[in-house]
Design a protein around this ligand. Structure first.
Ligand code: FAD
Length: 390
């Protein structure tokens, strides 16, 4: 019989294996993961787990009952035709799904600095966040904001160092980044933008602007890089950013080999570009789509409206779509109010939105983006009126 191997036991790999079984695949199925833990969910790591409100986030999936051969503590080291090489021997496959995700980027010159990617990272960092400790966080991105939120809640002194002029400068327009800078200030976080960490120095870090910041802990939150080094030198060529390129059915250039989740990049007709998405929703749906592609039940190209959320400074922040190429920005509600949404339009249709404590806007807006129908800007700008097509 055919043997399916899924490598990487995070959200994308778990969804691939689960959907293969649920879709009727009864043959041999192995799920290989480098970590010793049962497959688990990552978003709570920078929220409830870091706060100490939750310990474990394992998926509620009975792998044994599903007949999935769960091989934890086993790391893939290379790929050959029909064989996955691992640090504990070879695994032959007829079909392979690569879902090794991403790992935290680090900075040179900061020995002892922490990152937050795994449940072990989260437990170690949680133990370090005791009241009164001085924490320096490098990077005012999504993870930086969530970690700063929790560290303040736990009574730490928090300084965030951001090389760009505002938080999330790479992801959002400057006016929104400036608004978010106010959230840091209101939470009592010392946000230093436009300067970078030069290196470790005498009980803390030295910044490029000459400032010395004393620190008991340094946490680097500058994003992830695809965990695909193990594929280098093998038969599968990687994209320049290190992702595994797939087509709109999640197939790589090698027959029988697919990829999903943070480690993959796919062509989006919707975006008119190849996308490498590192968010939970994409891991979930691309894993399911990879399973459907193997089963022959995928009913169209994989091209969802990208979506993610972040919980920071007491707010639920949600984003859907892509605002690159938008020609119009609309405010729905005031940034000084309890909740507001920013809408991006292109040729009269909604292409993206950022919702702060407005989950209904997110749900309705996401559907409008999917359909690409025009909206009436005057009505869309009225937060008391539901978001709908013109
Ligand atoms: P991963 O979750 O990285 O899983 C890949 C697995 O493969 C890992 O367990 C890894 O150990 C294993 N692996 C790697 N290399 C090998 C190898 N060579 N051999 C075998 N196994 C290997 N997204 C949101 O949308 N909203 C959020 O609020 C949010 N919060 C987050 C908070 C944190 C702290 C983190 C780290 C991420 C967060 N994300 C969030 C992003 C989201 O969790 C990821 O997009 C998602 O986990 C990606 O799933 P994945 O399965 O592709 O990769």
């Amino acid at each position: 019989t055919d043997r399916v191997v899924v490598v990487g036991a995070g959200m994308a790999g778990a969804q691939t294996a689960l959907n293969l079984r649920q879709g009727g695949w009864h043959g041999p199925l192995a799920l290989v993961g480098a970590e010793l833990h049962l497959p688990y969910d990552r978003p709570p790591l920078s929220k409830d787990v870091l706060l100490g409100k939750a310990d474990a986030t394992a998926f509620e999936i009975d792998w044994h009952h599903l007949g999935v051969d769960l091989l934890t503590g086993r790391r893939a080291t290379g790929l050959a035709d029909g064989v996955l090489h691992t640090d504990r021997g070879e695994l032959p496959y007829d079909a392979l799904v690569i879902a090794t995700g991403a790992e935290a980027r680090t900075l040179p010159g900061l020995p002892g600095a922490r990152t937050l990617r795994t449940v072990d990272d989260a437990h170690a960092l949680r133990a370090a966040l005791t009241p009164g400790r001085r924490i320096v966080l490098v990077g005012a991105g999504w993870i930086g904001a969530e970690t700063a939120t929790v560290a303040r809640e736990l009574g730490c002194h928090v300084t965030v160092v951001e090389a760009a002029a505002a938080p999330l400068a790479g992801a959002l327009p400057a006016e929104l980044g400036a608004l978010m800078a106010d959230w840091y200030a209101a939470a009592g976080v010392d946000l230093r933008c436009g300067t970078a960490v030069a290196g470790a120095a005498d009980g803390g870090v030295l910044l490029t602007d000459g400032t010395h910041l004393p620190a008991d802990e340094v946490v680097v939150g500058i994003g992830g890089r695809p965990a695909t080094d193990w594929l280098r030198g093998g038969p599968l060529a990687l994209d320049p950013d290190g992702t595994v390129p797939v087509d709109d059915r999640l197939r790589t250039a090698l027959p029988g080999v697919l990829a999903a989740g943070d480690c993959a990049s796919y062509p989006s007709a919707r975006a008119g570009a190849r996308l490498a998405v590192q968010h939970w929703d994409h891991a979930l749906h691309s894993g399911a789509a990879a399973a459907a592609a193997l089963l022959g039940t995928l009913d169209g190209p994989y091209d969802p409206v990208p979506y993610f959320w972040s919980e920071q400074f007491g707010r639920m922040v949600q984003y859907a779509g892509r605002h690159a190429g938008a020609d119009h920005l609309l405010w729905r509600g005031s940034p000084s109010g309890p909740g507001w949404t920013v809408l991006w339009l292109r040729d009269g249709a909604l292409t993206a939105l950022l919702a702060v404590d407005r989950p209904r806007d997110l749900a309705q807006g996401r559907r409008l983006i999917e359909r690409g129908t025009p909206v009436d800007p005057a009505r869309a700008a009225d937060p008391a009126v539901q978001l709908k097509a013109a």
